[in-house]
Design a protein. Structure first.
Length: 134
């Protein structure tokens, strides 16, 4: 608990010092402390790309997780040695992994279908366009 309090105080102090440095330079009009950070090429430039990438990443991780559990269930079955309890456990894991894989594929297909029907983009194969309020 004490370490958490110390870390929190340290972070708060760092934020306060950084805010003071940047604010004093911005409002005083001085030419003192300036940080120029070049924008890297090939990076995410806006929130639309970030959301689209996050949706794709969620589907990818969910599909890979289901596939790994399917493989682990197969390995359990192979190494069960004929024990009926272990075979049933492995069969249950395989069935659950297949159901999970079907849920992931069905949700991806549903999102893709909704994109095609409505013409809106939900992050699969197209950049998401968020509304801009002026």
């Amino acid at each position: 608990m004490n370490k958490l309090i110390i870390k929190g105080a340290l972070v708060t102090t760092q934020v306060a010092v950084a805010a003071q440095l940047f604010a004093s330079n911005a409002f005083a009009g001085g030419s003192g402390f300036v940080i120029n950070v070049p924008r890297p090429t090939g990076t995410i430039q806006d929130i639309n790309q970030l959301i689209s990438g996050a949706i794709t990443l969620i589907f990818l991780v969910a599909g890979l997780t289901a596939f790994v559990f399917l493989l682990l269930g197969g390995i359990k079955w192979i190494t069960s040695g004929g024990d009926s309890g272990k075979v049933e456990e492995a069969r249950g894991q395989i069935v659950q992994a297949l159901i999970g894989l079907l849920v992931v594929l069905a949700s991806w297909g549903l999102v893709w279908l909704m994109q095609e029907v409505t013409g809106a983009c939900f992050g699969i194969g197209c950049p998401i366009e968020l509304p801009v309020f002026s």
